[in-house]
Design a protein around this ligand. Sequence first.
Ligand SMILES: Cc1ncc(C[n+]2csc(CCOP(=O)(O)OP(=O)(O)O)c2C)c(N)n1
Ligand SMILES: [Mg+2]
Length: 343
Amino acid sequence: MEVTKNSFPDAFSTLSPERKLALLETMVRIRTFETRVEELFLNKKIPGFVHLYIGEEAIATGVMANLRKDDWITSTHRGHGHAIAKGAKTDKMMAELFGKKTGYCKGKGGSMHIADFSVGMLGANGVVGGGFNIAVGAALSAQIKKTDQVAVCFFGDGASNRGTFHEAINLAAIWKLPVLFVNENNQYASTTPVNYGLSAQHVADRAKGYGIEGYTVDGNNIAETYNAAAYLIQRAREGKGPALLECLTYRVKGHYVGDPERYRTREEVQKMVNERDPIHAYKSWLLDAGITNQAGIAKFYDLAEQELRAAIEFAESSPLPEPEDALNDLFSFSPNEFPEVVR
Ligand SMILES: Cc1ncc(C[n+]2csc(CCOP(=O)(O)OP(=O)(O)O)c2C)c(N)n1
Ligand SMILES: [Mg+2]
């Protein structure tokens, strides 16, 4: 995997040991959530579809560590990691995955509809490329209201071929909106390898066409994603406009749980797991730097397991939605209030 080195200021090095460890904790919480979700799905506890974020944790974690609670993100169909890193509650997420009434969408949406506006998570999205214009809209509201909030739009390599990508980036560029477009180039769009679907060498190359900065970093290296995000988010916050950040990564699991994966070899996947796992790399770095020890790392896994056990218990013991509620919450207003709009 080719990586273009960019010389962003090294904000990561200035983080306290506690904050460096907090990054590991977030990555471990995401990995643990996803690992348990895979098991639960295979055990038929979770209906619908789930797309796992395993192997891509350094992107959500490095970016979100630079956002405030009142900043916004838009997410994708592979959104659990984004939601967790932005501060969503894993018990309400799990309940949503189980289709339970206590879930984020009262059990009506599932994995691809998790949103928590209270922490600035504007939503996962079943529509590939559905987040671009929502993020640009949020950024426009910050500009109009003269707040210094920033919106981050996460999207895949496949999504960069949607028309919405081009519309959104162009408008954000000409209006200098405070939005960062974070591309998670995980080498595949379902069954299509990135080098088949992408006309440029890098997704970031497309930035030039809109007159904005585009960068490519190693998305499996938490220090690199952190540094790039720190610089570009601050720049957006100061009114200097949008940028495109491409994070090179690898989708370790199938496109969805149950994907037969006939489009790639097991050897390819195993090599990436062995050589490029972002959590393994960061743990080694923290140990070498003397910031923690094996027991310190084990503690994060124990805490994440405890959190997940509680989340699963909450989801399992929660009620299913009532049939009478099926048509509630489908509109942001009551259809009876504005009958002429709903006609
Ligand atoms: C508008 C639209 N087209 C097609 C699909 C079907 N689909 C779901 S995920 C996906 C691939 C997305 O690839 P990418 O953007 O690279 O994200 P990744 O799955 O790799 O995270 C496709 C084609 C969809 N959900 N929405
Ligand atoms: Mg992809």
